[in-house]
Design a protein around this ligand. Sequence first.
Ligand code: P1T
Length: 383
Amino acid sequence: MGFATTAIHIGQEPDSATGAVSVPIYQTSTYAQEALGKNKGFEYARTSNPTRLALERNLAALEGAKFGFAFASGMAAIDATLRLVKSGEHVIVSDNTYGGTARLFKRILSNYGIEFDFVDTSEVANVEAAVKDNTRMIFVETPTNPVMIVTDLKAVSEVAHAVGVRVVCDNTFMSPYLQRPLDFGVDIVVHSTTKFLNGHSDGVGGAVVLNDEEDANWIGFVQNSAGAILSPFDSWLVLRGTKTLALRMEQHDKSGRVIAAFLEDHPKVKKIYYPGSISHKQHELAKRQQKGFGSMVSFDVGSLEAARIVLESVKLCTLAESLGGVETLICHPATMTHASVAPEVRNRLGITDGLVRISVGIEDTDDIIADLNQALDKVNRES
Ligand code: P1T
C-alpha cells in the first residue's frame, strides 16, 4: 500500500458501530464494563481511547513501525522515550536539537542521574568516540532545528547496534513522508505532531513509534503510568492532518525549494541553512536519506538589528514559534525557540543573533517572496 493510501486508511477505517467515515471523537473518560474483568477492550481513557488508538495505528503505519503511542506534546513524547534509560546510564545527543529537547536533558533529566554528551552527530566518528560502557541511547535530530545539520542515520545505527545501543531519531522536520528513519536501522522515532503531521497549527501533540516489543511495552507502560496522553479531540485533529500529509509535504517541499533559491540569491542574506542547497555540506547525504528537503529554511542576515527589521516588517509571514503548518511562520531562534541554549553554544552552532528561521507554508510562493523581498529591502534602507 502506498504512503497516501496508508495515511488515509490505516487506523481510519469506517467506525464499526455506525459506519462513520471520519473516526469519531470518543469524548469519554471511562467505559462501561459488562461484568468484573469483562469489557470491550477499553477500561479507562488514560490507558486507551479509540480515537487515540486510531492515530497511534496510523502514525505507526506511516513510519513503517509496529507500535505507536500518542502524547500530549512532542516534549512529552521525548520525555517518555528517555524513560528507557535509567540512572547511571549515558545518552549521546546531537549537539544541535530543538532548544526544549536540550533543556529537558540538561536541566531536568540530568538531575536524575542520566548522563548526556552532546556531540556533532553529523560526523559518525564523533558518535563512535563518545560511546561508553554505560551508553544506552543515541538521540539524533536530523535535519536539526534550526541550522539543518544532517546525520547519517544508517551509519549511526550501525555504530550503535555494534555495541547494543538504541538509536532514537526526532523526525519532526521531515515527517514520515520525506524521511523514514526506521528504514535506515533507527530503533525509535519521535515526533512533535504539532508540526507537519497535524499541519494546521491548531493542536499540540507528540508521538513515539518503534518496532521492539519490549521497549514498546515500556513506552506504553510509561504513557499509562505518567499519563501525558493526547486527548481524543487532538488525536482527531492529527488524524485529519495525516489524510493530506502526502499532498501538503509535496507542496511544502516544492515551495521550500523556491523560497530557499530566492533567499540564497538575495544580497542581504549572508548565509543559508537548507539541505536542498548544493552549498550544504551534507547535500548528497540529504538527497540519499530524504525524499525531499522539506520547507524549513534558516538564513543569516548578519545582525540582530537586521533580523529584527525582517521579522517586524513581514506582513504575510507570521512572526511566531512553531512550524509545519499551512501558513508561513517566521521566527528568531536565538530569542525564541533556542533562547534556553547558552549563548556560547548558540554561537558555536550558528544560532547567531542574525539568524532567521522560516517554515514555508503552502501559500502561493510569489506572495511569500514578495513579502520577504519587501522586508529584506527595509534592511537595505534602515540598517
Ligand atoms: O512543542 P512540542 O510539541 O512539545 O514539540 C517539541 C519539539 C520537538 N522536536 C522538534 C524538532 C521541535 O521542533 C519541537 C518544537 N519546536 C518548536 C516549537 C519550534 O518552534 O521549533
